[in-house]
Design a protein around this ligand. Structure first.
Ligand code: BV8
Length: 250
């Protein structure tokens, strides 16, 4: 990591961070597009799309039931904790996540925008009633889970391809990107829009931009700095150094 990034983080009044599945990889949550990723066997359109859901509700409900189980068995890793620490350092901070695993909130981040929803919530596609764990129990036996009130199909509260992001989420994220002194992009391949447009939008508004990734993302060439490595190994020393630099000034 460069002294410039440390200095800018120490000085920053506004910090915004975009995260993707890579930040949860060290918690044991598989990513989407890595070799052993979730989409190794299925393509995104086969699963994360409402048409796939309506055609194969048991397959899609089963996939999300599996992912919910994985998520309930995982906990935040040092990358999540470093980002919670960073929120206490920056006067203005927003964590913009594409992840649906709730791990940033569990790590202690308060200012979180979930661009793609949250897998812990499910609802009925017909009446909108929120589904309980009990309502979802049939998915554990590979059966279709339906609404106890109206018999509608139950779906996860996540954003599928072709679906609109949650009301106001992208606006809040874009405002933070435009105001950012430093914008970090952590653990995302940056191929899914509109989320993937945020790091470049921040750069265009004058933010110092850096990505933390085990490989180069699709937007790496447009950023000021690329920190190659695991988020759980790169972020803790980065935030610690920024905090020491900030303390040295007071
Ligand atoms: C919308 C569901 C409009 C939730 C997901 C062209 C054709 C067709 C469509 C489009 C198109 N151009 C744009 C679109 C729109 C489409 C899109 O972007 N498609 C892409 C694929 C081309 N976008 C949409 O449809 C969005 N909606 O645009 O709506 C609209 C407007 C008005 C009215 C109606 C509609 C909706 C996008 C949301 C899709 N939902 N998932 C779920 O099941 O989780 S996307 C899916 O990919 C996940 O949500 C995930 O968040 C997202 C991004 O993936 P990443 O998080 O980046 O994960 P990935 O595995 O890819 O990468 C992991 C990275 O981590 C890698 O770089 C790896 O190197 C790194 N890494 C691994 N380990 C570590 C690490 N880094 C650090 N440390 C480690 N240890």
């Amino acid at each position: 990591m460069s002294d410039e990034l440390i200095r800018r983080l120490a000085d920053a009044d506004h910090v915004a961070v975009l995260t993707g599945a890579g930040v949860s990889a060290e918690s044991g949550v598989p990513t989407f597009r890595d070799e052993d990723g979730l989409w190794d066997r299925f393509s995104p359109q086969e699963l994360a799309h409402v048409d796939a859901f309506l055609e194969n509700p048991d397959l899609v409900q089963g996939w999300y039931a599996h992912r919910r189980k994985v998520v309930t068995e995982t906990e935040p890793n040092p990358a999540h904790r470093a980002l919670a620490d960073l929120e206490t350092l920056a006067p203005n901070f927003l964590l913009i996540t594409q992840n649906v695993d709730d791990l940033h909130q569990q790590a202690g981040n308060d200012n979180v925008v979930e661009l793609h929803g949250n897998i812990r919530r499910s609802y009925c596609i017909d009446c909108g009633r929120e589904a309980s764990e009990e309502d979802l129990a049939p998915t554990r036996e590979g059966k279709v889970a339906k609404c106890p009130d109206c018999d509608g199909l139950l779906r996860p509260d996540v954003v599928w391809f072709g679906e609109r992001l949650p009301e106001g989420a992208m606006e809040k994220a874009q405002q933070a990107a435009a105001a950012a002194d430093v914008f970090l992009s952590v653990g995302t391949s940056a191929v899914v829009y509109p989320a993937a447009g945020l790091p470049v939008a921040a750069a265009e508004h004058g933010a110092y931009t850096a990505e933390v990734n085990t490989g180069r993302s699709a937007v790496a060439d447009d950023l000021d700095e690329v920190l190659l490595g695991k988020a759980g190994e790169v972020l803790p020393p980065l935030v610690e150094s920024a905090r020491e630099e900030a303390d040295a000034r007071t």
